[in-house]
Design a protein around this ligand. Structure first.
Ligand SMILES: CSC[C@H]1O[C@H](OP(=O)(O)O)[C@H](O)[C@@H]1O
Length: 349
């Protein structure tokens, strides 16, 4: 595959003394970057969805840790870790559901604890490795996932799992890119993904730049679309995959999975191993991020609901493993996920 053509969109750019983040709140009509010169700014950018997408927030937090280390004078990594701990904890608290955030910071803490006097260089190298490994994983998952799709299939994807949500190419969107390139996918549908509209604002915009004409649907139209037989696979990303295969993803994924099972479509979850959390036994144990109800009471900043109306705004839900046909990771594919199959690839919890 000609991957370079998909790498025009770079949401995260390390610039040596700052982290430049494409402001995803403004897309697709305004292409603007936010310059983060310290870890606090990175934490705010993650919380405010300037940068979003499970792998992308892990990568951004890793560079945030590098910014936090600027100016820290420590004899070795362990001493530096003691000084950096509060800043790393604040980065980790930016959002609760995507385990990639916790995974990236835990990985940096491990390398720092073992580093010597060159700990600053070790830290930066590890942040860069987290980013480059994610891109390689996405390209590999694209091929693994596309191979499961019968030629001429129609697919539905939810939220945004493309270059904007990762180090590039995307997870579920990477499978769709590979599947279209291989002639396996005939039609792509994208659900708008209320309230933040990652599907309507980001996914169809990314695909349009690839020359892939996606059809946008309302979230509530998904079951009706599947009833027509137009969808053979629902292909989504993930924010946290548990030891038994239960998967947290953008709110609305669970509804799509129920409709898919009812209408004979299959569900594919595509995520790097950094999204797998074997320490969490099942989906009931995942903290679901609750965001400001005001996000539901307006569209693109324009209030659409009468004053005084209450709103409930969980931004993730959990799809039980029993509704998932395949989990695609860079380590391999888990069909009909269950604990035993997950342990075969990811080890004991
Ligand atoms: C490959 S992105 C994974 C995941 O992250 C998104 O959530 P958000 O936009 O709130 O960061 C969505 O759940 C994607 O499926």
């Amino acid at each position: 595959m000609d991957f370079e053509r998909y790498d025009r969109i770079r949401p995260i750019r390390w610039e040596g003394d700052q982290l430049s983040l494409l402001d995803q709140r403004r897309l697709p009509f305004v292409v603007e970057h936010v310059a983060c010169r310290d870890s606090e700014a990175v934490g705010r950018a993650i919380h405010d969805l300037v940068v979003r997408g499970a792998p992308a927030i892990g990568i951004a937090a890793a560079w945030g840790a590098v910014l936090a280390a600027r100016g820290v004078d420590a004899v070795d990594g362990a001493a530096a870790l003691a000084r950096l701990a509060p800043a790393l904890d604040r980065l980790q608290a930016a959002r609760p559901t995507a385990v990639n955030l916790m995974w990236a910071l835990a990985r940096l803490r491990r390398v720092l604890a073992a580093a010597g006097a060159d700990w600053a260089a070790v830290l930066e190298a590890e942040a860069r490795a987290i980013e480059t490994e994610d891109l390689a994983a996405n390209r590999h998952m694209g091929a693994l996932g596309a191979a499961l799709i019968e030629p001429g299939s129609g697919v539905l994807t939810h939220c945004n799992t493309g270059s904007l949500a990762t180090a590039g190419f995307g997870t579920a969107l990477g499978v769709i890119r590979a599947g279209v390139a291989e002639g396996r996918i005939g039609r792509v549908f994208a659900s708008e993904t209320r309230p933040w509209l990652q599907g309507a604002r980001l996914t169809v915009w990314e695909l349009l730049q690839d020359g892939i004409a996606a059809t946008l649907i309302a979230d509530g139209a998904a079951a009706h679309l599947m009833k027509t037989g137009a969808v053979q696979w629902v292909i989504v990303g993930a924010d946290r995959i548990c030891a038994n295969g239960d998967t947290a993803n953008k709110i609305g994924t669970y509804s799509h999975a129920i409709a898919a099972r009812h209408h004979g479509a299959k569900v594919m979850v595509v995520a790097p191993s950094s999204t797998v959390d074997m320490a969490t036994a099942h989906g009931d144990d995942i903290e679901i991020e609750m965001r400001d109800p005001a996000e539901l009471l307006s569209v693109a900043g324009t209030r659409t609901v009468a004053e005084g109306v209450q709103a409930w705004n969980p931004v993730f839900d959990v799809t039980p493993a029993g509704l998932i046909d395949a989990i695609v990771t860079e380590r391999g594919v888990v069909m009909a996920p269950d604990r035993a199959r997950m342990q075969a690839l990811f080890g004991p919890g």
